[in-house]
Design a protein around this ligand. Sequence first.
Ligand code: V47
Ligand code: SF4
Length: 373
Amino acid sequence: MTTFADIRSKVLNGERLSFDDGLHLYSPEVDLNELGALANVVRERINGNYAYYNINTHLNPTNVCIYRCIFCAFRSDLKDPRGYLMSDEQILERGAEAVKNGCTEMHIVGGLHHKMPVEWYFNIIKILHEAYPRLHLKAWTAVEINWFCHLTDWPIRKVIEELKACGLGSMPGGGAEIFHPEVRDIICEHKADASNWIEIHRTAHELGLRSNCTMLYGHIEKAEHRIDHLVKLRELQDETGGFQTFIPLAFHPDNTKLDHIKKPSSLMDMRTMAVSRLMLDNIAHMKAYWIMLGIGTAQAALSYGADDIDGTVRHELIYHDAGAETPEILSVDDIKNLIVEAGREPVERDTLYHRVVRDGSEWQSTEPVAVGV
Ligand code: V47
Ligand code: SF4
């Protein structure tokens, strides 16, 4: 029978936790503060006292989506007046705004539009990269890549190679949701399944792209589904080492088909961050996405396993459509202050975790941030 004391000694000796250990960490008999303190040991072993942030912006070129994930408040039907599709001019304006505001990264994801050909998605990367070559384009989740394979009939490798040639810099971690089919078949039955999602990230890593990974929790899944998900991510990371950051995403129910479910409590958010830090012993960074957690919980999470707070985040829609009450943007000073208030040292990073040094409106990426994973 697993005990917390056994788990603590494993972690302190640098041993890997098993599926059953992970499950035990979700049981109410494990004290949250003790769990957080253990996750904090690992967090500080890997990232010291640093807490990373970046200066970034989001672009969601369309919200029209052929899929109907039941947790999603962002999507729109083709004929719904809420539906939008951005023009090339609007997209380039967003690029100009990002560069003017000192952004180093643009995070691009959106719906799978019923009518738009694959060239439209590729062209977004191409025109932004041509106009703003220093802006890192972290774009298209595995779900979108899977859709591009469907539209072109090309293998995953060719789709990613073409996107790289257009200027793709890395891939965000969205679309992972919960891998286990008992949950996935209910919440997003049509989209890329677990093996597709994993194969796409494996191929991206083989082609030299880094990517992130996520888990959407706090809806219909149980602890065993969450641990299964984390173990699957850990296995791929053992193979490729290509994941940079894990982002646990708390479900926001407003305006979704699951609006009868209460959003997870802050205590659940903290527990999930800590369990993730302990299970994912081979992923360097854990992100407390402040937009989704709220600022207070994100600050506290910096002592429960998290070492990254994402960025200034302009134009976020996915969480705000689903009822997030956080501001739509934070200034760089706000971000730095919230990190300092949490007792950590703020470090601006670029998407690939190089330290960013600024001099007025100029910026340079310098050495990789120190990581002990
Ligand atoms: O895949 C959608 C989630 C994801 C809701 O890679 C929802 O750096 C909660 O992946 N409540 C997209 N979650 C966002 C994402 C992300 C965010 C920040 C940084 C990075 C990164 C990636 O958002 C989707 C889905 O899991 N999502 N609707 C909702 N109502
Ligand atoms: Fe479409 Fe993504 Fe929303 Fe699913 S989560 S309905 S794929 S926009």
